[in-house]
Design a protein around this ligand. Sequence first.
Ligand code: SF4
Length: 370
Amino acid sequence: MTPDLSTTAPETTILEARGLTRHFAGPARLFGKTPSVRAVDGVSFGIRRGETFAIVGESGCGKSTLARLLIRLLAPTDGRVIYNGQDISGLSDAEMRSLRGELQFIFQDPFSSLNPRMTVGAIVEEPMQVHGVESSAARKERVAQLLGRVGLRAEHANRYPHEFSGGQRQRIGIARALASGPKVIIGDEPVSALDVSIQAQVVNLLEDLKEEFGLTLIIIAHDLAVIRHMSDRVGVMYLGEMIELGQTDALYDQPLHPYTQALMTAIPVPSPKARRMSEGLSGDVPSPSAPPTGCRFHTRCPHARSRCSEQKPALEQTGDERWVACHFWQEIKRPDAGLDAETVRGDATARRFELYRSWSEGKNPATPQR
Ligand code: SF4
């Protein structure tokens, strides 16, 4: 299951997973062996400097665990993580401390991810203290700059998280992530807990900050419309494995894996003229403690044949920058497998984001957003 990463040249690769695996102890059984939960199982791919890479899949597919493995918030059971050419998978917590500032995380829940007993100023200042900005005056000045940059005001530094809305708290979380001068930021469903209108503002803010600070973004999400809008490449996960990977436009225009085709039907269709061309998903996701043999998707796949339950498909390169793990992708491939052109190009989400961008550009940037 190791894709050929040759198109992700070492000099352009900032972060790389090689056979990355994480198993957790499952619930204890009275009799017999306790099965382990195979949350991430042998995932390999590279992330390019400066790109936005999205990881998508249903809830429970392992994408959040993979995100935490990539920046060593979790240690792998097996496999390696290479950051800027350095194997960081075996580093101790003390050794990781010096790299922590470069690898930052934005959490899904803006309500529980901020310490309610700390002021906003102290929350944003803390990473600077940890990563060696010694002058208190310099830290305070930087806090004011960062709050302004994410659309808050300098005087908000003296308030507490509970005084802010969900969107503002996520902005505080982004300011905190920026405080240590990161190179890579991973957002684990960074907008899914927010109102639809606020989602667009936060997504636009992340895109602007990416350009301004030269960041590499990794976005974990289940909202495929948001992913289409903001990512350069997409990796699709199913039951702990990467089953398709490619450039965003190509993957959305022609998904090759039956699972990706089915996921596409989850995108809201804005037009009554729009057509859905692929079958939806049926059945539940199997347990990751007892994944199906062969292709893990065979219990839900409308194209499954006997070979599928016997032999695991390798992640095969199918073209430029494209990989898929399916024995029969060439037979299944259909020119109309994705959403039709009008649906994709006339995507309501893109229009929504553009609308909010134009609104926010017309406002004083120091005006706090909801
Ligand atoms: Fe479906 Fe078989 Fe392809 Fe798996 S290998 S996605 S079961 S056709």
